[in-house]
Design a protein around this ligand. Structure first.
Ligand SMILES: O=P(O)(O)OC[C@H]1O[C@](O)(CO)[C@@H](O)[C@@H]1O
Length: 441
């Protein structure tokens, strides 16, 4: 289980900050449990690790198996919550170098998460002549970036395999009833997976949205769900000793005390995309009504040699949440009889020991510099641990949004850029807006 260490908040928060938030936390947990708070229609994720659709889960495994049989490459098309969870888990569990490894599972490339021509052309070249399948993921089915990418890759598949053959290689994950993608999938007869109505994009990694690509990468999705279920059972128990309550209260109190940025730090390079997933989760959930912690991330120790300066001595507007995993293996630093580099004081010690001291030293340095620190300690990276961490962050996010008195399950602010983009692209219905925007540009 995740071990939460709040000892390095001492001196930064009033003694009774947790007690002060007891009622708010009770209300928040109650709203999550009964799905009756703001955005309650989108809290299906709360019990998802137990109540997920077992029939679809079996179909996900079968589809992953078929993808592995048929294709050397899987192109996963999606953006935001329809992309980040799968990438986060694949990189964390199977490595950011997954595609470079010798394996009997397909290379996995992510597309439709931007509008870069260069990236698209590079991806097409990387696929080359290899057999590929596509998993297009969009809850709304109308998001521009994945829709454009899907048009391109669908056309490529149809050219290569014919319309029938393409049908055998396209997997559509979308709403069960609505949207353009749903219509297209029905019409073409693609295999379909559902983003449940009551699960928003950024909370959807443990649905087919994340699970199909994760399973295609050969990872154990049963283990992932088991870890999440364990977290669900532990965190649903109300009380101030609940680590999710404690973490949510601490970040809320730090925010109220003037810390406006939460910096998620980890010593594992494979955690990079997990941080990206976390940033969307918290950014879209809390950042509204001119409120909310700004979620940022750093990779240590690398970023101690770039962002470390700012963290130590820049504006005092942040606190850190450090995620620490136990190492999976061991590496012992060798002895050098000549000791030319003067490093023999480390000989015989493990690299993990060095990393541990770097972390301990950094936490104290940052605390001394005015950056409160929260430590989350986890066992070695594995499906079970990652499932647990996903659920932990989701649950804390729900509690935090309610403590902040916002709806943690909507994202109205994202529409502003979309409207402008549609107008500038000449989408029918946006003529007037287009005129006024063009005048300002
Ligand atoms: O799955 P969809 O509907 O394409 O949405 C993708 C992403 O776009 C947003 O709706 C807005 O950026 C996110 O919340 C979501 O994760």
């Amino acid at each position: 289980m995740i071990k939460l260490d709040l000892s390095k908040l001492e001196g930064f928060l009033p003694q009774d900050y947790l007690e002060q938030r007891r009622e708010g936390l009770e209300r928040a947990a109650d709203m999550l449990a009964h799905h009756n708070g703001p955005g309650g229609d989108f809290t299906g994720w709360v019990t998802l690790p137990r109540d997920y659709d077992k029939g679809e889960f079996a179909r996900i495994k079968a589809a992953a198996e078929k993808i592995r049989r048929q294709s050397q490459v899987l192109v996963v098309i999606g953006i935001g919550g329809s992309y980040l969870g799968a990438r986060a888990v694949i990189e964390l569990l199977a490595s950011p170098n997954y595609n470079l490894k010798q394996k009997d599972t397909p290379d996995i490339y992510f597309a439709g998460n931007g509008l870069s021509t260069d990236a698209l052309l590079e991806l097409i070249a990387l696929i080359g002549e290899r057999d590929f399948s596509v998993n297009v993921i969009s809850k709304s089915g109308t998001t521009t970036e994945p829709a454009v990418a899907f048009r391109i890759f669908r056309e490529m598949l149809e050219r290569k395999y014919g319309r029938e053959g393409a049908r055998e290689r396209i997997y559509a994950t979308t709403d069960k009833a609505r949207g353009v993608l749903k219509g297209l999938a029905d019409e073409e007869g693609y295999e379909e997976f559902v983003v449940p109505d009551d699960v928003g994009g950024r909370y959807s990694v443990l649905t087919a949205v994340g699970l199909l690509p994760i399973a295609a990468a050969g990872l154990d999705i049963d283990g992932l769900m088991a870890g999440a279920q364990r977290a669900m059972e532990t965190l649903s128990a109300p009380g101030l000793d609940n680590p999710a309550w404690q973490y949510a209260a601490a970040r809320n109190a730090l925010y109220d005390g003037g810390k406006k940025v939460e910096l998620l730090a980890c010593y594992e390079p494979s955690f990079r995309f997990f941080s990206e997933w976390w940033k969307q989760l918290y950014g879209e959930s809390e950042g509204k009504e001119h409120k909310g912690l700004f979620p940022a991330s750093v990779e240590f120790t690398a970023d101690l040699h770039s962002m470390g300066q700012y963290i130590q001595q820049g504006e005092r507007l942040m606190f850190e949440t450090v995620v620490k995993f136990a190492p999976k293996g061991e590496f012992i630093i060798p002895n050098d009889p000549a000791n030319v580099d003067g490093l023999n004081f480390l000989a015989g010690k493990s690299l993990a020991f060095v990393a541990e001291q770097a972390m301990r030293g950094t936490i104290l340095a940052h605390v001394d510099g005015g950056v409160p620190n929260i430590l989350l300690e986890l066992p070695a990276i594995g499906e079970d641990t990652v499932g647990e961490l996903i659920y932990f962050f989701e649950y804390v996010c729900g509690l935090s949004g309610y403590l902040l008195q916002v709806n943690p399950f909507d994202q109205p602010g994202v529409e502003a850029y979309k409207k402008n983009m549609f107008a500038l692209l000449g989408k029918p219905g946006y003529e007037q807006l287009r005129e006024s925007l063009e005048q300002r540009l």
